[in-house]
Design a protein. Structure first.
Length: 143
C-alpha cells in the first residue's frame, strides 16, 4: 500500500489493468520495480509510448519517486530533453560502432520543474547533446 501511495495510485487498488491510463500503467510498472527496494532502477524507454504531456508529468514523478525511495536510476531514452531533465549525466552514444561519444554533466538544481526546460542553460545542454548526435549523423551513422 505504501508503494501505491508513493507512485500516486492510492485509491486505485481495485482497478483492472485495462481501466488504467498509459501514465497509470507506467506507475504500476514502477511500483512493480520498487517492490524489491532496489538501489538502482534500470529503465529502458519507460515513457516512450506516452503522449508529451503525460511523459513530462511522469518525468517529474520519476524524479520524485527516485528521491523518496532513495534510488538511483539508469535510463535509456532517445528523448534528448528528457535525458537532460532527468539526468545528472547524459551518456551520448555514437552510432556503429556504438561507443561513448561524450559524457555530458548536467549541473542543474534539484528538484527540477518543467519551467526549467525553458531556461537558457537547459536549452544549451539540449543543443550540445543534439550537436553530438548530429555529428554522428554527419559521419553516416545512426544516432
Amino acid at each position: 500500500m505504501a508503494l501505491l501511495d508513493l507512485v500516486g495510485l492510492k485509491g486505485f487498488e481495485q482497478v483492472h489493468p485495462f481501466e488504467l491510463s498509459g501514465g497509470m500503467a507506467q506507475r504500476v510498472a514502477i511500483c512493480r520495480m520498487l517492490v524489491t527496494r532496489p538501489a538502482i532502477l534500470l529503465l529502458d524507454e519507460p515513457f516512450g509510448a506516452l503522449d508529451e504531456l503525460t511523459r513530462e508529468f511522469m518525468n517529474v514523478e520519476l524524479q520524485r519517486i527516485c528521491k523518496e525511495s532513495d534510488a538511483t536510476s539508469l535510463m535509456v531514452t532517445h528523448a534528448i530533453a528528457e535525458a537532460v531533465f532527468l539526468g545528472d549525466r547524459v551518456v551520448v552514444m555514437s552510432a556503429r560502432p556504438g561507443r561513448i561519444a561524450e559524457i555530458v554533466d548536467v549541473d542543474l538544481p534539484r528538484p527540477r520543474s518543467l519551467d526549467m526546460m525553458t531556461t537558457p542553460v537547459f536549452s544549451a545542454l539540449v543543443h550540445h547533446v543534439r550537436g553530438l548526435l548530429d555529428m554522428g549523423e554527419a559521419k553516416g551513422g545512426e544516432a
